[in-house]
Unconditional design. Structure first.
Length: 420
């Protein structure tokens, strides 16, 4: 088993490749393309990186090529006839009628939004849905957005199953074609599925506390992927620790190690960000905050983009406390309204990704607030490699230097926008 951490320098790739060959750990050839960054672009904006596939196209390709199963853990689902999500849902129904077994678990607290879609799906053969009572279980929610096809292909990212996420929101995700990584996600899904069926959390925790009957992909035992340009080191991570298989890596650990390993630069884009708990019991959560402040103290140039949805208090004050530090710059983005009828709860940058030292990336589903790591269900993929870092850096810098961002200044007060 490979014991070194993925947070080590890129030269570690060669060591992992040699170890991979020696131990039989799943490896990908440099020419085999089994990792893709995926982007959703708000209409009538300057967003969009050349060569990066779009979310709807990737989802449809995964669904159309399913041979036996599709499992999805998603926050909520909304449909709007005539828009891209309808094509996705129609494709699911088509594949189910062709015999593909489909399971979908959604969050209970957003059931009002999801109920019309569940009603349409309930009589479709081979589609089974379940509702996870996240707040009852941990005080959090099912906030993840991932799909596993045939136990070998995974999509994970910021994209909700919402028509707006395909047309009016900036999103970043990833497609991974790798059976060992898919097994990790499938194991996490099976735990959520049991809980959604009504099983007690302590009993499910016990069931998933032991060593699984397969070798999981973890931070200490990553796999080798490729984006068609170079070998990449990768592993998935999950949250919260109390509601995920114990053998898998927690996002909290992986992110702290990623930040601690940064020596030159760290770029982060996320919807909202705070160390002050907004959901649940009030308090301060120091884990990521301390890691970021320590990086800045080491001279790591830290650039952060949040959405203008992060301008509420006390979040705005927290972000200002970061912005006054040497080597830290914080900007917020405001996506322009679409011409014609306004779109509620959209026109925003919903991405959750980070790049460290131009060779390590994180793509996740959770915002950077305490509850998204401690009580709510989320998932992420961590990848070491220069080419995915280059692509995400290009997406980041298009935003950083573009017309939609404003640098946060500690002496100014900014108005929170209307989201509805």
């Amino acid at each position: 088993m490979i014991s070194q951490k993925i947070s080590r320098p890129l030269g570690y790739i060669a060591t992992v490749i040699l170890a991979c060959s020696a131990t039989g750990t799943a490896c990908a050839s440099e020419k085999e393309k089994n990792f893709q960054i995926v982007e959703s672009i708000p209409e009538q904006t300057q967003y969009g990186q050349v060569g990066i596939p779009r979310t709807k196209d990737v989802w449809l390709d995964m669904i159309h090529n399913a041979q036996h199963s599709i499992d999805a853990a998603v926050f909520y689902i909304t449909d709007k006839p005539g828009h891209g999500i309808s094509d996705v849902l129609d494709s699911l129904v088509e594949r189910a009628r062709a015999g593909i077994q489909i399971r979908i678990v959604v969050e209970q607290s957003f059931l009002k939004e999801t109920a019309p879609v569940l009603e349409k799906l309930k009589d479709v053969p081979n589609i089974t849905t379940a509702i996870l009572p996240g707040h009852k279980l941990t005080g959090g929610i099912l906030h993840a957005k991932y799909m596993v096809v045939d136990n070998r292909t995974v999509f994970v990212g910021s994209q909700n199953w919402d028509w707006r996420a395909l047309e009016h929101i900036h999103e970043i995700g990833a497609r991974i074609d790798n059976e060992p990584i898919a097994r990790d996600f499938e194991t996490d899904f099976n735990m959520l599925w049991m809980l959604a069926q009504g099983a007690a959390l302590p009993a499910v925790q016990t069931k998933f506390a032991g060593t699984p009957d397969f070798v999981p992909v973890t931070q200490d035992n990553p796999v080798i992927l490729s984006d068609g340009e170079e070998p990449l080191i990768a592993f998935p991570a999950f949250s919260p620790a109390v509601m995920m298989p114990a053998a898998l890596t927690t996002e909290q650990r992986a992110l702290v190690d990623m930040i601690h390993a940064a020596r030159k630069n760290f770029r982060l884009q996320v919807l909202t960000m705070s160390a002050i708990n907004h959901y649940g019991a009030p308090g301060y959560w120091p884990v990521l905050d301390t890691a970021l402040r320590d990086a800045a103290a080491r001279g790591v140039e830290t650039q952060i983009i949040v959405s203008d949805w992060a301008l509420s208090e006390p979040m705005q004050s927290y972000l200002k406390s970061l912005s006054v530090l040497p080597h830290v710059t914080v900007k917020f983005s405001t996506v322009p309204a679409i011409k014609g009828n306004p779109v509620p709860y959209a026109r925003v940058e919903h991405c959750k990704y980070a790049v460290a030292d131009d060779n390590a990336v994180y793509i996740g589903t959770g915002n950077w607030e305490p509850s998204y790591f401690t009580t709510s269900v989320n998932a992420a993929i961590f990848v070491h490699g220069a080419s995915p870092a280059r692509d995400l850096n290009a997406i980041f810098m298009r935003d950083w230097t573009g017309p939609y961002v404003t640098q946060l200044e500690s002496g100014k007060t900014y108005a929170m926008p209307h989201r509805d």
